[in-house]
Design a protein around this ligand. Structure first.
Ligand code: CA
Ligand code: CA
Length: 158
């Protein structure tokens, strides 16, 4: 009888070890090489200045969308990544190109619930600012979609 319980104990212990190992392996491969994980997203930082349209197309080609910042926690993490990589600005995936001052996500057309506009922004300067840049370590500004900035692609990690 005792041997039976000992056997069950050892087997359940082994199952736990195997499952833990599997979980570790799964987590370490949640984002592909060249992508960085934060919460449920994988991010790719591209230090090449391009116009908004090119950034959107590149992210779409790799199965992602342009960076969407949905919380102050995510923005803090993005700021850390930008600082450490020496990025000064990046595009973010918002636009008011359809309706002035009505900013929506480029990927879904949905309305954001979080924003971090700089002082007196968005100001639609020259009536031509319909895309959005984020300043590293700082806030957001609407800019012309034809300015060139580095960018970040984001996609689900699951
Ligand atoms: Ca605008
Ligand atoms: Ca502006």
């Amino acid at each position: 009888m005792q041997t039976k319980w000992l056997t069950i104990f050892i087997i359940s212990g082994l199952i736990t070890i195997v499952n833990t190992k599997r979980a570790c392996i799964f987590n370490s491969t949640a984002c592909e090489k060249g992508w960085v994980q934060f919460e449920r997203s994988c991010y790719q930082f591209l230090n090449k200045a391009v116009i908004l349209k090119e950034a959107v197309n590149y992210c779409n080609r790799v199965g992602a969308h342009l960076l969407e910042i949905k919380s102050s926690q995510e923005e803090k993490w993005v700021d850390l990544q930008l600082k450490i990589r020496g990025f000064q600005y990046v595009w973010i995936g918002l636009t008011d190109i359809l309706k002035e001052n009505d900013f929506v996500f480029i990927s879904t057309g949905g309305k954001p619930t979080f924003s971090n506009w700089g002082k007196n922004e968005p100001n639609n300067a020259g009536k031509t600012e319909h895309c959005v840049e984020k300043l590293a370590g700082s806030r957001w500004n609407d800019r012309s979609c034809d300015v060139k900035f580095p960018f970040v692609c984001e996609r689900n990690s699951e």
